[in-house]
Ligand binder design. Structure first.
Ligand code: 3PG
Ligand code: MG
Length: 417
């Protein structure tokens, strides 16, 4: 990729400030899914092996930004990373940046690793988001100052900046965008980590030079979240298979009776013109597994597109599975974003499982498969099919942003080759 990576620079003995996305699920003070940590290990080990001093930073959840909230401490994450590396990972103080942090860093030796407390404790981290809410789209001078003070304090912590936080690359936050600029202004390099490089390489390959047939499978709740994605993909793919709750808005636009299924009424009209323009490319479910109660209802088979007034669609039916699977089987490039049913409930998981299995099989026979992060990555993980996919992204919103062709400022700001 045109962006410089950690492989292009020498970090021996340097203080390396690296943004990672360790926003991972926790329960009872333990990390319950460490995939995002595991995926950052190659870059972490490369830096440690070069005898550099590694200062890691991440967000966790969406705290108020009004100071430290103990339930969102990165402590369990520092512990898990320490186990994976077989060495101590020191956790920074609650105030994230400042004298105490600087003292810990100056005591570090080559090969040491520390993790700052979660960056969103400081209001300066997410300040850039506030600009969108202001009438002129710019930060007020006061907001600018909070952001700038945090950026400067972070910029002082490292001589080299690395971005390996692919999952956050759609956010123009201080640790993602302002900090690399501060380090560049001080004469230091700002480069991509190996995970970011890998994510971009696969997404780029899928979207910009796909082998055909190129098939996209989209699911999830809302069609309004995916309009930009559908229109971008329509220009590139041979087929788009659509399942999940979003399919019901499209089915309604086609004139089907969708009962109590989740429909975005304001999208029905716009979807009519989209379907008219792309009828030959878009494949919708032709049968369903439905229920009369989202939380507790039993599964009911619906043979055909139309369903009764009291029913809501929960998964694609067996005929749809057969059609979707046969399109996937002949694909050479596959992008999957969003489950096709409520797969958290076993009685409505058959469609999503069949899709995941079909993609794994197609990949075994040479197709390139890229799984968007979030729920589809979770489904693939649950089925232990990760290793059979070409790439499972660590970013939900970030991979969506990339696939939509939207700019990603945290990547654009990095040094280019
Ligand atoms: C995610 O899990 O989606 C990323 O870590 C980004 O988190 P955010 O949506 O809270 O910015
Ligand atoms: Mg998110």
């Amino acid at each position: 990729m045109p962006t410089k990576t950690i492989a292009d620079i020498d970090v021996a003995g340097k203080k390396v400030l690296m943004r990672v996305d360790f926003n991972v699920p926790l329960a009872e003070g333990k990390v319950t899914d460490d995939r995002r940590i595991q995926m950052a290990l190659p870059t972490i080990k490369k830096i440690v092996d070069a005898d550099a001093k590694l200062i890691l930073m991440s967000h966790l959840g969406r705290p108020s930004g009004k100071g430290f909230e103990a339930d969102l401490s990165l402590k369990p994450i520092a512990q898990r990373l320490g186990e994976l590396l077989g060495k101590e990972v020191k956790l920074g103080p609650p105030e994230v940046v400042g004298e105490q942090t600087e003292a810990i860093i100056s005591a570090m030796e080559g090969g040491d690793v520390m993790l700052l407390e979660k960056v969103r404790s400081d209001a300066g981290e997410t300040r850039p988001d506030k600009a969108k809410k202001n009438p002129d789209g710019k930060l007020t001078p006061e907001q600018e100052q909070t952001n700038q003070a945090f950026v400067e304090a972070m910029g002082r912590l490292g001589e080299v900046y690395v971005n390996d936080a692919f999952g956050t690359c759609h956010r123009k936050h201080a640790s993602m965008y302002g900090t690399p600029k501060a380090i560049q202004a001080a004469g230091g390099p700002a480069v991509a980590g190996l995970l970011v490089e890998k994510e971009i390489r696969y997404l780029h390959e899928a979207v910009d030079s796909p082998a055909h047939p190129f098939v996209a499978i989209l699911g999830g709740a809302k069609v309004s979240d995916k309009i930009k994605l559908i229109s971008t993909l329509l220009g590139k793919v041979d087929r788009i298979l659509i399942g999940g709750a979003m399919a019901y808005t499209l089915l309604k636009a086609k004139g089907a009776t969708v009962g109590k299924s989740l429909v975005e009424e304001d999208q029905v009209e716009p979807m009519k013109s989209l379907l008219d323009a792309a009828a030959d490319k878009i494949l919708l479910p032709c049968d369903h597994v439905a229920t009369d109660d989202f939380k507790e209802g039993k599964p009911v088979s619906v043979d055909g597109s139309d369903m009764g007034e009291d029913l809501m669609g929960m998964d694609i039916g067996p005929k749809s599975i057969e059609q979707f699977v046969s399109v996937i089987a002949s694909a050479k490039t596959i992008v999957w974003n969003g489950p096709v049913g409520v797969f958290e409930r076993p009685e409505f998981a058959a469609g999503t499982k069949a899709i995941a299995e079909a993609i794994a099989k197609a990949t075994d026979s040479g197709a390139v498969s890229v799984i968007g992060g979030g729920d589809s990555a979770a489904a693939v993980g649950q089925m232990q099919l990760d290793d059979r996919m070409t790439h499972v992204s660590t970013g939900g919103g970030a991979s969506l942003t990339y696939l939509e062709g939207k700019p990603m400022p945290p990547i654009e700001v990095l040094d280019s080759n």
